[in-house]
Design a protein. Structure first.
Length: 341
């Protein structure tokens, strides 16, 4: 099915400073807040491009009805994040590209701080903001290290937060205050990248599944001898899991996020031994969690006071065990088929 483009984004000088590329799939309940926050600053310097992956909830109608200056591209199908984002990047006219999730809201000055970080040094290949929930809870993974077997085990046995507080965990954001800091990896929820970086290293890899695209992009930016900067004075609200928690395929998405995507990253950049070690660590950690939770879940059921959190934790550990002992190739094929529906 061909693309359908509507809307325009005229700028006084014809060249916007930033082009925001927002990939949507059934985001009608959040897209207004996202776009509204984007234009709260200096709208003349921002171009917004919404690439819709076949929404059925009226997302496109909400955008075209309320935001006439937004370019809307309807793909007609769920192409996945990378393919849809690349369509937006190709269409964008800005000197910097802001990859932005629809479940985000930029707080005042957020975009200004990100662009200032890019302008501060030509070696900056990407800049990312502080991410918080609407209740103020900060996302420590707004700046992070790349996946490792140790981090996988730590998450399952419940010591991730301790490691983070000691500065030895996967999440780094909590320990960075004030000035922008160089970090190994930034999430793709709100990521500002100079256009010339995409022209240098290439666009997002469309062969990769969700949750891996930003890891791969950050790895390629770092390999190009460019810096990734975490900017704590740039603040963006991100309601994590907006789509995945409501999806009927949330188990599959969880397995992809915690299992398959990190495994594929390690296989690509660290080799098959590192990927095997990741699987083993995740299997060990998830099994230990199941063993620890089993008597608590059983006791709650016997007492007639089922604990939803315990049940959820046990279920998640169980499906991670299933992923770890299963075929990674078959899982990926099943995921591609499911996400394409």
């Amino acid at each position: 099915m061909g693309q359908r483009v509507s809307g325009s984004s005229p700028k006084p000088d014809g060249v916007p400073r930033v082009s925001a590329v927002i990939v949507t799939w059934n985001a009608a309940d959040v897209i207004d807040d996202c776009l509204g926050s984007l234009f709260d600053g200096d709208p003349s310097s921002v171009e917004a491009i919404v690439v819709d992956n076949g929404s059925t909830d009226g997302t496109v109608e909400r955008v075209t009805g309320a935001f006439s200056d937004v370019v809307t591209i309807e793909t007609g199908a769920n192409l996945g994040f990378a393919s849809a984002a690349n369509i937006g990047i190709e269409r964008a006219g800005g000197s910097a590209i802001l990859l932005l999730n629809p479940d985000t809201q930029l707080l005042p000055g957020a975009l200004r701080e990100l662009t200032a970080a890019l302008d501060s040094n030509p070696r900056v290949g990407a800049a990312g903001p502080r991410l918080t929930e609407s209740n103020g809870r900060a996302h420590n993974h707004a700046a992070k290290r790349f996946p490792s077997p140790w981090f996988a085990l730590a998450r399952q046995i419940g010591i991730s937060e301790l490691l983070n507080r000691l500065g030895r965990g996967e999440g780094l954001a909590a320990g960075i205050k004030g000035s922008p800091a160089r970090v190994p990896c930034l999430p793709g929820a709100a990521l500002l990248v100079p256009r010339e970086v995409f022209e240098r290293i290439g666009y997002l890899d469309e062969s990769l599944p969700m949750y891996l695209e930003d890891l791969d992009l950050c790895a390629r930016i770092g390999s190009a001898d460019l810096d990734l900067m975490y900017v704590p004075d740039s603040n963006v609200i991100h309601e994590a899991g907006h789509s995945s928690t409501r999806s009927p395929r949330r188990d599959l998405l969880f397995q992809m996020q915690i299992g398959q995507a990190p495994w594929m990253y390690l296989r690509r950049y660290r080799g098959r031994h590192a990927a095997f070690a990741y699987t083993a660590a995740l299997l060990l950690g998830a099994t230990l969690r199941l063993v620890a939770l089993a008597p608590l879940v059983a006791l709650a059921r016997l007492s007639g006071r089922a604990d939803g959190r315990l049940t959820s934790l046990s279920h998640r550990a169980s499906i991670l065990v299933q992923w770890a002992i299963g075929s990674k190739a078959r899982f990926l094929a099943r995921a591609w088929r499911a996400f394409a529906d």
